[in-house]
Ligand binder design. Structure first.
Ligand SMILES: C[S@@+](CC[C@H](N)C(=O)[O-])C[C@H]1O[C@@H](n2cnc3c(N)ncnc32)[C@H](O)[C@@H]1O
Length: 200
C-alpha cells in the first residue's frame, strides 16, 4: 500500500486513536528502556507519532528537545493540540531527509507499515541520523524471513511488511549500530521491538 493511502486510513481513525492511546501505557516501558541507554539528551524525534502524543510527553519530561513526524495530517493536527510547543513535520518517513543528528529516534508501530522495498533504505537512514552514542527504538514483524501481511482494525484495512529479524540486525550492524535489546514483547503475536545504539 502506498504510504499516502495508509495516511488516508489513519486520518479516518485519528480521533479514535487519540482517545484510545492518550493515557495508555502501551510502549512506555519499552521507551523508558531505550531512554536509559542514551548518554546524551539533546534532540529526539518520534517518527509516526500518531495523535496521542504519549511518547512526546515522556521524551519532554526526560529533557529532550522533541520533534515529531507523521504522514497523517489528522494525526498531526490532533497531536499538535496536545503539544503546541513541539516541532511537527507532516511527511512520509520514506521521503524524509534528516537534516539533524538525534540522540534518540523512536519509530513505534510506524515503519512496519512501509512498503517492503522501503524497509532497508529507511532503516539505514535512521541509523545514519543518530549522533554517536544515539539510540534507535523501533518495532517490526519478527521471524526469519521477509513477509507482507494485512489486517483490519477500526474498519480500516492496513498493510505491514518486515525484512525479518536477521536482516534488520544485519542493516543495523552495517550502519555502525549495535543491538542492545530485542524482544517479542507481545508473544505469541509476531511483534518485536529493537533498541540499537550508534557506536560511532
Ligand atoms: C499504529 S500508528 C502508531 C502511532 C504512534 N507511534 C503510537 O504508538 O501511538 C501508526 C502511525 O504511523 C504513521 N505512519 C504510517 N506510515 C507512515 C509513513 N510512511 N510516514 C510517516 N508516518 C507514517 C501513521 O499515520 C500512524 O500515525
Amino acid at each position: 500500500m502506498h504510504p499516502e493511502e495508509t495516511a488516508a486510513r489513519y486520518d479516518r481513525i485519528a480521533k479514535w486513536w487519540q482517545t484510545q492511546h492518550q493515557d495508555s501505557l502501551y510502549g512506555i516501558a519499552q521507551l523508558e528502556r531505550a531512554i536509559k541507554f542514551t548518554s546524551k539528551k539533546h534532540l529526539a524525534i518520534d517518527l509516526g507519532c500518531g495523535s496521542s502524543g504519549r511518547f512526546l510527553k515522556i521524551l519532554s519530561e526526560h529533557g529532550f528537545q522533541v520533534e515529531a513526524l507523521d504522514i497523517s495530517e489528522k494525526m498531526i493536527d490532533l497531536a499538535k493540540q496536545l503539544h503546541p510547543d513541539i516541532t511537527f513535520y507532516r511527511e512520509d518517513i520514506c521521503c524524509w531527509t534528516p537534516s539533524k543528528s538525534y540522540s534518540l529516534i523512536v519509530a513505534w508501530d510506524s515503519t512496519f507499515h512501509l512498503p517492503l522495498d522501503m524497509q532497508e533504505p529507511v532503516t539505514k537512514k535512521l541509523c545514519d541520523a543518530l549522533e554517536p552514542g544515539g539510540v534507535l527504538i523501533f518495532t517490526c514483524g519478527g521471524g526469519a524471513r521477509q513477509c507482507e501481511v494485512s489486517g483490519a482494525f477500526q474498519g480500516q484495512e492496513f498493510e505491514y511488511s518486515t525484512l525479518g529479524v536477521n536482516a534488520f540486525l544485519k542493516i543495523l550492524s552495517e550502519h555502525h549500530c549495535t543491538c542492545l535489546h530485542l524482544e517479542y514483547d507481545q508473544y505469541p503475536e509476531n511483534h518485536v521491538y529493537i533498541i540499537a545504539q550508534k557506536t560511532r
